[in-house]
Design a protein around this ligand. Structure first.
Ligand code: SF4
Length: 494
């Protein structure tokens, strides 16, 4: 019989689900009131120790868990006697336990399981010495239609095929100019255009242990793989700097013994010394690892959920660390809690029902916006164009659909960066730029070391379709009147 203090049948009240929404935070005094009310709610949550009996009775690893809980209790009683680093190590252990717990009980998650997950979350946060906050609630948010009401109602309606595309394009264009219209334009007609930030990816490692069914880089594939040293990554960055770029996205596969947080921290530090603004598109990290990457100079995180449909997610991500849905889903929470200032979301179009996925992503963004009102949000909608032979794309997305999706995002999130990669052909990229895109890659290579002239051909992670050079893309943008920026810093001066 269960002796936990939490009632199995208790349903979660709205205040419990989204405590910070009571007084919505926006970085102002009003926002702080929201945080304070959230802390009061948090104080009412059961402490970790109150789960001891339930863990003893139900957890196969109870002995180990109880020892850890005892350690935590001791530290929380006299935190001043324990070094910060030791408290952070303990916090990471609790975070790991929490995700093991979430994974183990994914299909049969009761309110009691949820309550333990929340207690682990908040206790880890407290141990790490981070500001008090309500428990992470991403999973609840993406399924909650009540989140649509204030912010994304119009955007959700715009996703329906019945909404005329030309009207949508006009509305998205208008909003883009309103929010991103630069004070300078090179268009001879004097037409106002939004500024566009150009960036390039630096692929540093094609090593990967994951088995994503749709990816030609997945672990069992026999391809030549390459893992750049820090110096090799810097050499790539220097080539890109000569082409004008200052904002670079460090991209790597998921190979835990090689693509460690320390590896990325070394690369980021080296790039910052070179005058680069580095973002990351790498495997999800722990909160502590994200904090280390923030210290190393990371300016933003790009991480696609691929699909928000948990069942399909499991189907596509068969083995490897990426098979943990919640670990990936909460990456933006962990990164933001660690101090990452730009949060990039995305789904891989083609895997699941596109409307459902984009609505879930928009709710995810509403949740993040409420919780971290001072961060910049970015969205990207990559389509699968090429997949391994045995993979048929189950939900192909047409060009017009893609335009509709980007327009809906602009309507729902007028101030968000909308990002477009070189996976799409030049004509479509040009068309979308004239509507709502504010950030584009250009002249990209998706192979580690791929910018080195005459370097060995080791294969790209996905095929680049727009083969224009960075200079050609910049020239086209300027001729069309778009102010072109090569760094985030430069966008601030417009
Ligand atoms: S999609 Fe990324 S994580 Fe998955 S197999 Fe390919 S490189 Fe690895």
């Amino acid at each position: 019989m269960c002796s936990c203090v939490i009632d199995n049948d208790s349903s979660l009240s709205p205040a419990w689900q989204y405590p910070w929404r009571e007084n919505k935070g926006n970085g102002t005094i009003e926002g702080q009131a929201g945080i304070l009310s959230a802390i009061m709610t948090v104080d009412a949550l059961p402490s970790l120790v109150s789960f001891a009996d339930w863990i003893r009775e139900t957890d196969a690893h109870a002995a180990h868990r109880l020892v850890l809980m005892e350690q935590v209790e001791r530290v929380l009683r006299k935190p001043e006697e324990v070094a910060d680093a030791d408290r952070r190590v303990l916090a990471e252990k609790l975070e790991r336990w929490r995700y093991q717990h979430l994974n183990e009980h994914a299909g049969e998650f009761s309110s009691q399981h949820e309550a333990l997950a929340d207690a682990l979350d908040l206790t880890a946060n407290q141990l790490a010495g981070r500001p008090d906050r309500p428990p992470r609630a991403t999973r609840r948010a993406i399924d909650d239609p009540s989140l649509d009401a204030d912010t994304i109602e119009e955007a959700v309606a715009a996703l329906g095929a019945g909404f005329p595309l030309d009207r949508l394009v006009d509305r998205a264009t208008e909003l883009t100019i309103e929010k991103f219209g630069g004070c300078r334009t090179t268009d001879v007609t004097g037409r106002m255009r939004q500024r566009v930030l150009l960036y390039a990816p630096v692929y540093v490692s094609s090593e990967c242990v994951n088995h994503c069914r749709y990816c030609g880089f997945r672990h069992p594939q026999h391809i030549t793989r390459k893992h750049l040293s820090v110096d090799e990554a810097v050499a790539q960055a220097r080539i890109l700097q000569q082409r004008g770029f200052r904002h670079l996205l460090v991209v790597g596969g998921d190979f835990p013994s090689k693509t460690t947080a320390a590896y990325y921290a070394d690369i980021l530090q080296a790039l910052v010394r070179e005058g680069v603004e580095p973002g990351i598109e790498i495997a999800p990290q722990s909160t502590q690892s994200y904090a280390e990457l923030v210290d190393a100079g990371v300016c933003g995180l790009t991480l696609y959920q691929e699909t928000y449909n948990e069942e399909l997610y499991s189907h596509y991500h068969v083995r490897g660390p990426k098979s943990s849905y919640r670990w990936r889903l909460e990456s933006h929470d962990r990164a933001a809690e660690a101090g990452v200032s730009r949060l990039g979301l995305g789904v891989l179009l083609g895997l699941a029902d596109v409307q459902e996925d984009v609505i879930a992503m928009m709710r995810h963004a509403v949740y993040l916006m409420d919780r971290f009102p001072d961060r910049t949000l970015a969205f990207s909608l990559p389509r699968i164009h090429e997949a391994p032979d045995e993979f048929d794309i189950p939900h192909p997305v047409s060009d017009d659909q893609l335009i509709r999706l980007y327009c809906a995002l602009r309507i729902g999130f007028p101030e968000a960066e909308l990002v477009l990669s070189t996976r799409e052909p030049a004509a479509l990229r040009n068309r979308l730029a004239k509507i709502c895109i504010t950030q584009m890659s250009a002249g990209s290579s998706t192979a580690p070391g791929g910018y080195q002239p005459g370097g060995e051909d080791i294969g790209e992670q996905f095929p680049v379709v727009d083969h224009r050079s960075a200079a050609e893309v910049a020239r086209w943008l300027e001729e069309e009147g778009f102010p072109v920026c090569w760094s985030i810093e430069e966008t601030k001066s417009l």
